[in-house]
Design a protein around this ligand. Structure first.
Ligand code: GLN
Length: 547
């Protein structure tokens, strides 16, 4: 069974197309279908790897090392199908492939055009995902951007052709729009009508509409939308704002039979739905008792999406541990100007944080502030979780403050430091091209007995994803461990340090990899859970002391 669902968006961006597509995927998986998710991004970048987190949010990394759009993170949190470079298609990749073929002379002298050459390449890439396994049932293709954008036209044209060629019972269109509320609390359907018209002009009649609205729409409004857009009444689904969590969205859609309607339109027999994982996740959400505060000290704080997977993983761990997670976003560069960190992180600030997390990042700005936050957590015995740059910062801080190696640093931030405790790997030294050349993707780490890492994972061999150029410098391994720093994981050949821990401290762990990419609302990541357990303990201890 090879069915295709194209998810497009209209009216404006940031309506939650990724969450809508993923939620539909989750529902179809709940009915026992094998779902594959694909994101088409209309930008010309080959991948998201070279984009600033300020502009485009987090770069999500797959096992095979693709640096992708953050929507793949949504797919990973809501659905369980494999994700690789095949699931992320950009205009840059499509043109790159077509131009390469043209240079190889493979088009036999023809004039290369957007239609059919670019659209054919898009279709080829989408079909390749469907054909990856004979077990694949449904491919959900999310088309980035908003209908009306020049950039997304070739993707929508490819979708139109696939719907036409395969027939409407094999490929359908789901269109997401906005029902805005204007002054006087009136809900307006006109933008939705215009958005569907824009789709129709491109030759696509949406089969299903998902309308983002602040509240559930009444029957009359839904009928009106259906009438003016040529969509069946029952296929006008309302994605109303939930005041719980985005993970309730699959259940909101389920109540309105979105998955059943999609299956019916594709001529597929509806199977029994098992959504127990989602219901029990919501039960956990409602049963949370108590609240902890985690200070996330990073450099891209203004944009929530820049550390999206980290925030989500903290929330998942909170669910697993039965607590509400309050994330306090702290700009590390600003910390550098604060004389006493107790005034920001400790009780001097009124509401102290119960733990500190330093996430990944690139470039020098704010790194000293991160090191100060690490020093604060180490000396105040507050739980600390360092991820990628956050681990490198832990190593730098240890060298500076415990070993008294003045100005110890990473060579990413200082070339003339006398103590380059974090430095480039040999094979990175001559790298000129920035895109796709870091240490990327899944790799195996061996965890040492008796460490916090071992008790979190419970396993001696773990697999996590990487995205970095710099490493713990092996030249300083003896000095570091000699002074007490614990190395808790290595690559299989002991060649690279994968994680460090503080001695005589309740929970201070830094990992060179990115565990946040593997956390799900229905299955929190063990390392995040261990961190949050330590955070809860710290909060309880402080309460007891009346601090
Ligand atoms: N900038 C650091 C490096 O390249 C850390 C990268 C990260 O945190 N993802 O090694």
């Amino acid at each position: 069974m090879n069915k295709f669902i194209f998810v497009s968006g209209g009216v404006c961006s940031s309506l939650g197309k990724g969450v809508a597509a993923s939620s539909l995927g989750a529902l179809l998986e709940g009915r026992g279908f094998n779902v594959r998710m694909v994101k088409c991004d209309p930008y010309i970048n080959v991948d998201a790897g070279t984009m600033s987190p300020y502009q485009h949010g987090e770069v999500y990394v797959t096992d095979d090392g693709a640096e992708t759009d953050l929507d793949l993170g949504n797919y990973a949190r809501f659905t369980s199908g494999p994700l690789s470079c095949a699931n992320s298609i950009t205009t840059g990749q499509i043109y790159d492939a077509v131009i390469r073929k043209e240079r190889e002379g493979r088009y036999l002298g023809r004039t290369i055009q957007v239609i059919p050459h670019i659209t054919d390449e898009i279709k080829r890439r989408i079909l390749a995902v469907a054909n990856e396994s004979p077990d694949n049932d449904v491919v959900i293709v999310e088309i980035g951007g908003t209908v009306g954008d020049i950039e997304s036209i070739p993707f929508l044209e490819a979708a139109r052709q696939m719907i036409h060629e395969m027939g409407r019972n094999n490929a359908i269109s789901v269109h997401l729009t906005l029902i805005p509320e204007v002054a006087g609390a009136e809900l307006k359907t006109k933008p939705t009508q215009h958005s569907v018209k824009a789709m129709q002009e491109l030759g696509i009649q949406p089969d299903i509409l998902i309308c983002r609205s602040p509240v559930m729409l009444d029957e009359a409004t839904r009928r009106k939308i259906a009438l003016f857009t040529n969509v069946e009444n029952e296929a006008v689904i309302v994605s109303y704002d939930v005041d719980t969590t985005i993970y309730q969205v699959p259940l909101v859609f389920y109540e309105q039979k979105l998955d059943q309607i999609a299956l019916k339109k594709m001529g597929v027999e509806v199977r029994h739905a098992n959504l127990s994982a989602w219901y029990s996740m919501m039960d956990k959400f409602n049963a949370r008792n108590g609240r902890v505060r985690v200070g996330v000290v990073g450099k891209y704080m203004e944009l929530h999406d820049a550390y999206k997977s980290v925030y989500e993983a903290l929330f998942h761990a909170g669910l697993a541990c039965g607590v509400e997670m309050e994330i306090v976003k702290i700009d590390s560069a600003q910390l550098e100007t604060v004389p006493n960190l107790d005034d920001v992180l400790g009780s001097g600030g009124g509401a102290p944080v119960d733990g500190v997390l330093v996430p990944g990042g690139f470039g020098e700005r704010g790194v000293d502030g991160m090191a100060q936050a690490a020093a604060w957590a180490r000396t105040r015995k507050a739980p600390y979780f360092g991820i990628c740059l956050g681990m490198q910062v832990m190593v730098i801080e240890w060298a500076r403050n415990v070993l008294r190696w003045e100005n110890a640093n990473s060579t990413e931030f200082s070339h003339d430091t006398a103590y380059p405790v974090v430095s480039l790997l040999e094979d990175q030294v001559d790298v000129q091209m920035m895109g796709g050349t870091m240490r990327l993707g899944n790799s195996e780490s061996h965890v040492r007995e008796g460490t916090l890492l071992k008790s979190a994972y419970g396993e001696a061999v773990i697999h996590e994803r990487h995205r970095h150029r710099y490493e713990f410098s092996n030249k300083y391994r003896a000095g570091m461990t000699g002074s007490g720093l614990v190395i808790s994981a290595f690559t299989h050949d002991n060649a690279l340090v994968e994680s460090v821990e503080w001695p005589d401290h309740p929970w201070g762990v830094g990992v060179q990899f990115h565990p946040e990419f593997k956390s799900k609302p229905t299955a929190a990541h063990p390392l995040f859970t261990a961190f949050v357990e330590a955070v809860i303990k710290n909060a309880a201890g402080r309460k007891k002391q009346g601090a």
